[in-house]
Design a protein around this ligand. Structure first.
Ligand SMILES: Cc1cc2nc3c(=O)[nH]c(=O)nc-3n(C[C@H](O)[C@H](O)[C@H](O)COP(=O)(O)OP(=O)(O)OC[C@H]3O[C@@H](n4cnc5c(N)ncnc54)[C@H](O)[C@@H]3O)c2cc1C
Length: 400
């Protein structure tokens, strides 16, 4: 994909493929075609319709590396590679002719083809990083126990202990996030639907690797920055992870876009959670004292301002729920089958329609919903999961 004048910005791409009888003729330059010098073929993205929007006008081609006109002009070396043994090819395609069958996927669908590789590839980078970071943590612990300073093992020093503790916590969080993302991909078989989580693990990858390896190097002292241990090599992998398959900034934007789509600005200009905007309903004997502390979104059912749901019914503000005060929700369109997919061991109980119960109401009335200890409850607002409560025991359920 990548070209000298276009990486993130695909509108800068200039490589073209023009149909000529039973062949395609490819012309252009490609950059960072990893390991092309070892490869039997390249997968080349090229414009087949320059007039179209880039995401509709480009196609993918399989081009054998021994095709006349394909020249690897240079092999750029990464930081850790010897300068004359680089792996990142700069390739010139000069009237390269391939048969019509070299088209990969459908014409104009290059980005869909690319996503098949990129989605899995990004999670794969994260998985590899789990392994690298675990190795760095293993090395840090061994060194901390083995090396003494002023007669005390490094492991006895509080700063070193905090390096180890933070690394362990950071790695465990990351490992679980990666595992969950891989599980989501398995469940949905659809990378596009998992894009938010794939991008999230991708932007965490360089930071987790950098932080843990940096601490491991520090504990190893001077030895840590030599080539006698794998730590220095791991360390330079971190910035690579922040670029390959899309830079961190692009993945941050991708993740932020998704939750932002579900909200809209407060009409009044005041935060909808501010005391000024939040008019609490009059208390009656039937409605018990509100609990102190932050108000969960489900408890803000009656908070103004309530927007006209016909204007943009799918959007929310922080302080309003999907219903106007007490109005019933439209019937849910989700089916028990859908939830069976989410909780395959036991389909969730669904309470369709009706006013959205608050957290407190749910805790008080769980038994009237026909729930038993161990049931899972999915509260859905406008077909979106608000809360998923895995109730292990009836005691936990009662306490909300
Ligand atoms: C080791 C390695 C292997 C690679 N292998 C391949 C490969 O096999 N095939 C391939 O096609 N490509 C490959 N790449 C290229 C990689 O996909 C690109 O580096 C990446 O897409 C970024 O493009 P660029 O380097 O041209 O950066 P640019 O597009 O020039 O961006 C430079 C920087 O600008 C900032 N930036 C750019 N756009 C935005 C934005 N929208 N918002 C905020 N900030 C922005 C970011 O900080 C970004 O890092 C590889 C890269 C590396 C490092």
């Amino acid at each position: 994909m990548t070209e000298p004048q276009g990486g993130v910005d695909v509108s800068g791409f200039g490589t073209t493929a023009v149909r000529d009888g039973d062949e395609w003729v490819v012309n252009g330059w490609k950059f960072f075609s990893s390991n092309a010098r070892y490869a039997g073929f390249c997968i080349v993205m090229a414009y087949t319709d320059k007039a179209a929007w880039p995401h509709k006008g480009m196609s993918m081609f399989l081009v054998p590396t021994d095709t006349p006109g394909l020249t690897i002009e240079r092999d750029l070396a990464l930081i850790h590679e010897p300068a004359d043994e680089g792996s990142e090819a700069y390739i010139h395609y000069d009237d390269v002719r391939v048969p019509a069958t070299a088209l990969l996927g459908e014409e104009g669908r290059a980005f869909e083809v690319a996503q098949v590789r990129l989605g899995g590839g990004r999670v794969h980078h994260a998985m590899r990083t789990v392994g690298l970071a675990q190795r760095a943590l293993d090395m840090m612990c061994e060194r901390a126990l083995s090396r003494t300073a002023r007669g005390t093992a490094l492991a006895e020093r509080e700063t070193v202990q905090s390096y180890i503790a933070e690394s362990y916590a950071q790695l465990t969080q990351f490992r679980l996030f990666v595992l969950r993302t891989a599980w989501l991909i398995d469940e949905t078989q659809d990378h596009a639907r998992c894009r938010k989580d794939i991008s999230a693990v991708k932007f965490l990858t360089p930071k987790v690797l950098h932080d843990i390896v940096q601490r491991a190097i520090q504990v190893h002292g001077a030895l840590g920055v030599t080539q006698d241990t794998p730590l220095a090599r791991m360390w330079v992998t971190a910035p690579v992870m922040g670029l390959v398959d899309g830079p961190t900034e692009v993945h941050l934007r991708q993740v932020a876009r998704q939750p932002l789509k579900e909200y809209e600005p407060s009409d009044s200009g005041w935060p909808t959670t501010s005391r000024r905007a939040l008019k609490r309903p009059a208390r009656s004997s039937a409605s018990p004292e509100p609990e102190p502390g932050p108000v969960p979104r489900s408890k803000r059912v009656q908070s103004p301002p309530v927007r006209d749901p016909t204007v943009n019914p799918s959007k929310k503000t922080a302080g309003t729920s999907d219903t106007a005060a007490g109005e019933p929700l439209p019937p849910l369109r989700l089916t028990p089958d859908h939830w069976a997919g989410l909780t395959p061991d036991r389909p969730a109980v669904i309470v369709p329609g009706g006013p959205v119960p608050t957290y407190g109401q749910l805790a008080r009335s769980w038994h009237s919903l026909g729930l038993a200890g161990g049931d899972r409850v999915a509260i859905v607002m406008e077909n979106r999961v608000e809360y998923l409560i895995a109730a292990g025991t009836s005691t936990r359920t009662r306490s909300g």
